[in-house]
Ligand binder design. Sequence first.
Ligand code: IMP
Length: 455
Amino acid sequence: MPFTVVVGCQWGDEGKGKIVDLMAEGVDWVARFQGGANAGHTVFVGDRQAVLHLVPTGILRPDVHCAIGNGVVLDPIALLEELRLLEGLGIRWRDRLRISPFAHIVTPLHKSLEALRQQDRSIGTTRRGIGPAYEDKASRRGLRVEDLLDERVLRERLQARWESFRKELKTGEHGAAQLAAPDWSRFDELAGLFDEARRVIGPLVCDVTDLLLSEDEAGKAILCEGAQGSLLDIDHGTYPFVTSSNTTVGGACTGLGIPPRRIEKVVGIVKAYTTRVGLGPFPTEFDSETADGFREKAGEYGATTGRPRRCGWLDAVLVRRSVRINGVDELVVTKLDVLSGLDRLCIATEYRHGAPREQQPPGAPQGEHASGPAAGSTEESTWAGSWPSTAVLEQAIPEYAEVPGWMADLSGARALSDLPSQARVYLETLSREIGAPVGLVSIGPGREQVLATRS
Ligand code: IMP
């Protein structure tokens, strides 16, 4: 049975964890393909709450197996903590979790480097060492899980990274951040941190690509769980205010080693409004007073960092782009219940300037630069694509479709027909403007609070 991929269509925090948990019923495997402990999925086990950062959400279903693919950057120390947490919740993982030897590892040096370079301030990163670890991967000096397994190899490779970190620390170019950063002056202390991880993680390591392909050949169902959102994709997001991996569907192919043709379905998760943490353009953002009230009501604080999330109206212009890039077959709308109590609701359908509506057929001329210079021309570039640069997005003024709101509490609804008519109109407008059908609608944290749009 082919693969299904779940991706976020906004800037992350769309509620993917809950939907993957639901979709995991009846599947054989759930696999993570990118990102690392920057992700945070809040899950409920009975009345107990836990936050998963690295282990796929499928772990909550006793019959589901989970895999961490080569595209993930794995923090072994964070993983140990998470495994202990799962144990405390009575969740079995030893025979159910598998890890690729080719996943890169995040060390405390990566986290210290991120703090030293103050990327948490300039981009708003999560301080989980994600950027520096992917940087090492791309520059071919990273450490992989396979290195972790051999103490001698780990020490050798880690020592090279440690020396280069110490050198950077001494340059003086990082100003005050230098004083605050841990200096890791004792190498043995650093290397020793991985001893327990080697013992625990070792038995979980196997060729995840071969495993998943064989399971696919045997007719098993495999769900690929994306982390972050499409607008944080390193190539297709609002660069440089993005994460360091491919959060879009292609990331599932490279991050697990699966052929694109085996992907049968792409499910796009979209929150009924928009949030973002960290810096970067956000055309539909509320003013700060509105955002403060909305955030409190919606509980919009980061699961990983606790940071208040920026909040705004749903932006169909951006989600439309995500849907096209990912080839989303079906949307799942989350947190619709949060919009109760507002007398009118807005959905951005286009921008007044900066981003022309992206609806032309492929190859059609676009805007005033449609007859721009031919290839090889020496004329100055007049590039103005149909998709705005980040700088243009910063200036974009959204045009909104307005729909009436509703006052009723939605959380008790158990069928789409239980929703007030205004909520159904909102969903229809959203689907039309985004250009994709809605399959499921979530109206609360419980598994029973997800409504199918088709009976
Ligand atoms: P990094 O992934 O920690 O390097 O952070 C890069 C950007 O992605 C920052 O704006 C973060 O706030 C954002 N980001 C990373 N992970 C998540 C997530 O799970 N949800 C929402 N935003 C995230």
